[in-house]
Structure formats: C-alpha cells, structure tokens
Design a protein around this ligand. Structure first.
Ligand SMILES: C[S@@+](CC[C@H](N)C(=O)[O-])C[C@H]1O[C@@H](n2cnc3c(N)ncnc32)[C@H](O)[C@@H]1O
Length: 376
C-alpha cells in the first residue's frame, strides 16, 4: 500500500492519493473502477457552537472541509466530483453516496441530472444516535445512502442471494440497523480525541461491498477520511483507491489499513443466484453430445416420452419444438420450464435434464467445478 503524489494514476490500486478530489479524479483513467463509495462533505451549515443542556460543547462537524459559501457552491462541487466518478466507472459500475438531510436531496438531483440511475435509497438507522439537545426537533437517527448505477442500462452487481442469506433467508430490506462507529473501532489521536469527526462504521461498508462488488473488484472512495472503505475492502479481498486532501487523515488511514488482514479466499465465497449463472441453451447440450440426437427424455412420471432431435428440439408424435414449448403443450399449459419437466434415464433412475447443464457449463469453461452428474 502506498500514498502517491505523482501524476501517473493508470495503475493506482490499494493506495491513497493525497490531494483535492476533483483534481485527483481527473488523473484516473476512464472506465477503470467497479464501484464508487463516497462520503462527501455534508455542508452542515452550523452557524453557532452547539451546546448540551449542561453547557458542554457538542463535538459537531465544524471543519473547514465541510463549509461552502452557498447551496449553489455545494451543487457545483458535487456536480464536478460526481461527473468525474461517472467517467471513471466501468459501464456496468455503480456508486453509493451517503449523506444527511442537509445534502442528500441535492446529491440525488445531481446524480439524476448527470445520467446516473437510482436503484435504491437505503436508510442507515443508528442504534445509538446523538440526541437533539435543544428538544426543538426529532432526534436525527439516520443517514441516507443512495445506490445508483452508472446508467439505466448498466448490468450492475447485486449479490442478492448472499444478502438474503445474511438476513436469515428474508430479502434484505432498505433499512439497515447498525450502530455508529464507537469503542475500539473509533480511531483516536495521540491525545485520545477522535481522529476524525465522521468515521463511518466498518459494518456499513462491509454490507455495501458484499452487496455490490465481487472479490477482486476495485472500489474508489474520493473522500477517504480515515479509510473505512479501504479497511473493509482489504478485509473482503477487493482492491481500493482512496482520495483524501488532509495528509493527517491519510496517514491515519494508511496505518489503519496496514493492520487489516485479508480474509482467506475460502471465507469470501459468495452465494450465487441461478439467474446470475451463464445461460446454456438446450441445443448446446445436443451439440456437445451430452444428449445425443435420438435419445429419449421423459416427464417425471414417465407419462410422456419425447425424442431429442439434432437441431435441439424434442418431438412426440404430431408435436415438435423446444423443451419448454413441447413440455407446455403435452400438459395443456401455456408455459413450462422444460429443464425441470423433462428427465433423462440413468441406471434405471430419472433425473432432470437441468442436471446436465452443469456438465455443459464445465465443458464450455464457464464454471470451474467438476460436473455434479457424469454423462452416460
Ligand atoms: C465525511 S468525511 C469521510 C469520512 C470517511 N468515510 C471515514 O470513515 O473516515 C469527508 C472527508 O473528505 C475530505 N474532503 C473534503 N473535501 C475534499 C476534497 N475536495 N478533496 C479531497 N478530500 C476532501 C475531508 O478531509 C474528510 O476527511
């Protein structure tokens, strides 16, 4: 891992680029990263010091990096960095941006204006939010993440099955209950104070990365702070690029990430949905000789017997067509999944022809695993 200050960025990976984000983004090659995660300035517009009822000072975000002269200035800045991120994203890439009510609506508008396609807004509900000390408003107990693909046509990554399994086999919802970053995870400076005012919890990044990237993908974070994105990415076997203008934060991030261990590859295997697997049509099974022309296939109760033809169709007397069409027709239905309806016979037992697809995928080099069913 390195911290770079040169202008050659083509191969930048697993490093922190120290500098102003729009300038640094301009040096990165187009269509080179899979995901952007951005935690930009919130533009909190804190005009006065915020005090608790006992007159102690609330440790809010009053840093100069969070201050903009006007909403128009903030919008211009947002447009500049978001446009650069869009250029750098691969065509099937996606972006997450996190914010609060101060900025998230403005960011949403800019995203849509630039051609991003919003997929979800996710609410990060905090288990331990800061109270509203003056009692004039509701406790501000959540932040919003917008998840958007580069364009409407992008085939973005979503590890649906993994996230569902993570949620005890219920679809993962768009409201995530997670604690704010505290305890030993919170980086401290030499005086024991928070090293960064807005360090995000690693659990949040963990979920974002598991949901929307694969092992080996590259994640870019243009507002790296203390490197939460880099720490989670390294642990999960993803590559990362961070941009941060404050050298002290960059140093803290570098030390933090160096201490992170990548999980072993075997722990990083994700659950794949059948939909995500490469498609192999029935005709390919015939072309590959896995089912030969003239072979017989049956429904599960052997009421129907069809013959496989050289062109990948199947036929019964007076009927010929795809496995799906013929399967539907013999049952008098409008549709049928021929892969599960039709069976082949092996050692006196019927097995769905779907089992043979594994063998075809293996022969085509689409999956590395040995086939579950050996060919006859
Ligand atoms: C909200 S914080 C990100 C915190 C980070 N997610 C973490 O967990 O530590 C935003 C960060 O962006 C940096 N920043 C703000 N404006 C920037 C700019 N124009 N270029 C580069 N970095 C910037 C700030 O110094 C700050 O560290």
């Amino acid at each position: 891992m390195s911290m770079r200050q040169t202008s050659s960025r083509a191969k930048a990976r697993d490093c922190i680029l120290v500098g102003e984000c729009v300038e640094e983004l301009r040096k990165l090659p187009s269509e080179s990263v899979d995901l952007v995660f951005a935690d930009p300035p919130y533009n909190l517009q804190l005009s006065k010091q915020l005090l608790r009822p006992n007159d102690t000072r609330v440790d809010g975000v009053d840093d100069s990096w969070d201050q903009f002269a006007s909403f128009a200035d903030y919008d211009t800045f947002s447009k500049n960095w978001l446009a650069e991120c869009r250029r750098i994203l691969k065509p099937n890439g996606a972006l997450w941006v996190i914010g609060s009510y101060h900025n998230i609506f403005r960011l949403g508008t800019t995203l849509q204006d630039l051609g991003f396609w919003i997929l979800n807004d996710v609410m990060w509900r905090k288990t331990n939010p800061m109270p509203n000390f003056r009692g004039r408003r509701f406790t501000n107990a959540h932040e919003t993440l917008i998840w958007a693909s580069k364009s409407q046509a992008a085939r973005y990554t979503f590890n649906y099955e993994s996230l569902k399994a993570m949620n005890d086999d219920l679809q993962m919802r768009s409201d995530w209950l997670l604690p704010i970053c505290s305890g030993p995870e919170r980086l401290k400076d030499d005086d024991g104070r928070k090293a960064h005012p807005t360090q995000k919890p690693e659990a949040l990044l963990n979920r974002v990365l598991l949901a929307s990237t694969n092992v080996g993908d590259t994640v870019l974070d243009p507002f790296f702070g203390t490197g939460t994105t880099g720490a989670a990415a390294k642990r999960l076997g993803r590559r990362w690029i961070g941009i941060e203008q404050d050298p002290d934060y960059a140093v803290a991030a570098k030390a933090r990430i160096s201490a992170v261990k990548r999980l072993p590859s075997s722990s990083l295997e994700t659950l794949r949905s059948k939909r995500a697997e490469p498609r192999v049509p029935f005709g390919t099974l015939v072309e590959l000789g896995i089912l030969k022309p003239g072979a017989a296939i049956f429904d599960g109760r052997k009421r129907f017997r069809a013959e496989v033809k050289a062109d990948g169709t199947v036929a019964l007397p007076g009927m010929q067509g795809s496995i799906h069409r013929v399967g539907a027709e013999v049952q008098g239905k409008s549709a049928c999944n021929g892969w599960t309806f039709w069976h082949f016979e092996r050692r006196g037992k019927l097995r769905p022809i779907d089992d043979l697809r594994q063998k075809a995928k293996h022969q085509l080099g689409l999956i590395p695993e040995a086939p579950l069913v050996a060919a006859e």
